[in-house]
Design a protein around this ligand. Structure first.
Ligand SMILES: C[S@@+](CC[C@H](N)C(=O)[O-])C[C@H]1O[C@@H](n2cnc3c(N)ncnc32)[C@H](O)[C@@H]1O
Length: 303
């Protein structure tokens, strides 16, 4: 039995293997991953940089087939107990986009966050409980280092393949084509177990979903159309809208049944009214919380 003790150097893009001390570590379906308190944690909670002790057998291909992975304490590590208590307290009150983002961040122990469209950072950005945060906005209403559009930001980081975020919040220019571009670019810079969140996906009335923001007051723009297009075309994504705060869309890599209503290309508000639940896959907060529990059961079953 070989034993490796060091930091995780990298996790592959599908999250199925790790590299520790330059050795590829492959996990068996029933590998126990133990946190410093002895609780079992899902594979998806591992992060590069964490210290681990891996026991396993070295195969002829040079890869270590892990029989046991133990997480050793690191400064950024939040124990299973700490996380569970943070999750329980968030579960009791999910009312805004910020609550949804923090809930996802706690669930997955996310460490990096990108917000596209920050406006006043005190309203959401400053409240996100993730250690590494980047905000992008061409005309923010507060202090922000990156005063630029999302398109220019992605051009800037495109050459850096290692530049990946765990959680990306898309809340910039609320127009269908821009949102589609933001989703496309964000997916290219999303960590393997990362999540995209979109604001304003579920306009409650036609007057909010126009192209022109017009003036002061609520405006969702045509974000819903971008979300619906992806629901109709991307079977490789898992998507739903949590029914709070004008519709908080959640996208991860995965699988979904496509919803393909008979339309001739155009997405009209009538179509949204007729098929809102299926077109956007709208779920309640209770369903959102229950889906997390199911996700955890599924992801530990897969290992
Ligand atoms: C609805 S506000 C963001 C609100 C903030 N995310 C929150 O939760 O409180 C939209 C912001 O997107 C910014 N924005 C507009 N076009 C953008 C673009 N192309 N890229 C990034 N941000 C953009 C605007 O300047 C505005 O501040």
């Amino acid at each position: 039995m070989e034993i490796l003790k060091s930091r995780i150097q990298a996790i592959d893009s599908e999250g199925k293997s790790l590299s520790v001390l330059g050795v590829k570590v492959v996990t068996a379906a029933d590998t126990l991953i133990e946190d410093p308190e002895g609780s079992a944690i899902p594979f998806s909670r591992l992060h590069s940089g964490w210290k681990v002790k891996v026991k396993g057998t070295l195969g002829e291909d040079g890869a270590l087939q892990a029989a046991e992975i133990k997480v050793r304490t690191t400064a950024e590590y939040r124990s299973g107990r700490e996380l569970n208590s943070a999750i329980r307290s968030l579960e009791r009150r999910i009312e805004t986009r910020t609550d949804v983002l923090n809930y996802l961040a706690s669930w997955h122990s996310y460490r990096s966050y990108l917000e596209i469209g920050v406006a006043d950072p005190r309203r959401n950005f400053d409240r996100i409980q993730v250690p590494l945060k980047v905000g992008v906005d061409p005309s923010p209403r507060g202090q922000l280092r990156l005063r630029t559009s999302s398109d220019d930001f992605f051009k800037l980081i495109d050459s850096d393949a290692t530049s990946r975020f765990d959680l990306i919040f898309i809340d910039g220019l609320h127009l269908e084509q821009q949102v589609l571009r933001d989703v496309h670019n964000s997916l290219a810079h999303l960590a393997f177990n990362g999540t995209l969140v979109l604001h304003d996906c579920n306009p409650p009335d036609e007057k909010y979903q126009v192209e022109d923001p017009g003036g002061p007051g609520a405006w969702t723009g045509t974000v819903w159309k971008a979300f619906a297009r992806l629901r109709m075309t991307r079977h490789d994504l898992c998507m739903y809208v949590v029914d709070v705060d004008w519709g908080v869309g959640v996208i991860t890599r995965g699988h979904q049944e496509l919803f393909t209503p008979m339309i001739n290309g155009e997405l009209t508000y009538d179509l949204l009214e007729q098929h809102r639940k299926r077109l956007l896959n709208v779920i309640s907060v209770d369903e959102f919380v229950a889906a997390r529990a199911q996700w955890r059961a599924d992801s530990s079953g897969e290992r």
